[in-house]
Design a protein around this ligand. Sequence first.
Ligand code: 13P
Length: 287
Amino acid sequence: MLVSAKEMLTKAKAGHYAVGQFNINNLEWTKSILLTAQELNSPVILGVSEGAGKYMTGYKTVVGMVNGMLEELNITVPVALHLDHGSYEGCLKCIEAGFSSIMFDGSHYPIEENVAKTKELVAICNEKGMSLEAEVGSIGGEEDGVVGMGEVADPNECKAIADLGVTMLAAGIGNIHGKYPENWKGLSFETLDAIQQLTGDMPLVLHGGTGIPADMIKKAISLGVAKINVNTECQLAFADATRKYIEAGKDLEGKGFDPRKLLAPGAEAIKATVKEKMELFGSVGKA
Ligand code: 13P
């Protein structure tokens, strides 16, 4: 059964480790992540972006697929199904469809509007026993070839949002989605420290987990980060393994590639990436 992310993140923050959020795009990714979490006895969060939700034909399909896998694969570790960077409307759709957790990304609104919308969603999530992630300070990344550096959050705004009763808070600290540019200045630990001092026990979320050096990840966890999001690294591993398989030319003697065999190396590569991250984040054995 899907669970809210609240309990796993409260435990992670108290135990000084982080739970990984791995984004899913299809059946193979989902299966690989769930099997790895079970094998390593680790809690896990499956992230679904609005685009990935559309690709998989809608949130109801995603809920059906994940619930089916939990049962058929005998998954017993805590699993949360979480909307990643949701719009207000997207959040309502996921609540309706049966997700157990949502992120409302109101970081592009003026803080008053972010507060107002987050407040409404806190009330709904509390009633339904779901977890809610809010965001302050935008997280940069590549969009149309332009790499945004990511805004550093104002710790007082973080406190204002945390005080609304959200489950977890994503705060921009110089992190960006995708690969980090050569001239990246690194994470702002000063900001993270100030945010943690003002928000106390609130589990903090680090987006853009791909390409952050291990020592920075460990330091972020020591300063209150309890959830780390990873997407691009799984994409790179999946694409690389699939490309190598095709280049090796193992098709069915002119009949094309067996789709199950074609996607198997990518699925294995995702398992290896997820394992490496869970070990780094310290969530192994914490289910
Ligand atoms: P990366 O794609 O950089 O791993 O970031 C993932 C993320 O933060 C999803 O919200």
